[in-house]
Design a protein around this ligand. Sequence first.
Ligand SMILES: [Zn+2]
Length: 221
Amino acid sequence: MLKTHVLGTSVHGAPIHVYELVKPAPVIMILAGIHGDEPQSAYVGDCVVELLRTAVGNMMDEHLVVVPHLNPDGLVKKTRQNGHGVDLNRNFPSANWKQLPPDDPYFGGPMAGSEPETQLVLDLFRRYQPRRILTIHCIDQQRYCVNYDGPAENLARIMARENNYPVNADIGHPTPGSLGTWAGYERKIPTITLELPADQPEESCWQDNRDAILNFIQAEL
Ligand SMILES: [Zn+2]
């Protein structure tokens, strides 16, 4: 059965929900809706939650923790950043976290881990010590891909069998303070960043990725 609770609140006080399918197994974590101007990401996150409510979820042996809307303030305002104007995927306390001016679109906060939404994710990591992570984003200009950090190349390839996206270890630009760098590259937790095509409707993003995400969840590695 799927359990829900409020993990905490955003900068502007919106609740951030976590959904958990409890099974006697190491945790698999899925995070979406991190950038508020990537609606396909939050939509696919919601679809994962709905799938877990069905017979498919009932039959799973995997322990899942899903946060479909990590950045509710950004999703309401359709901004990449959170309510403080911070890019949450540049706010994780990786060794390469970088101080940028507040008006930079990739502003990673006044200090690493400064944002309440980031702190909620860090708390989840401490509590669950996930065995692998899927983080869902969108990207433009036909650059959709299954990106991986840490020991996750096989996992990325297993997903790509279903969505036929390119697999890559490098998104093509530096991402200091990203979840992939902090969790995957530095802590060696297999981390997939699924980059959905920003020009595709939400429904087709889900149709094209449902089985890839099931492969991610159920891969025996
Ligand atoms: Zn993104």
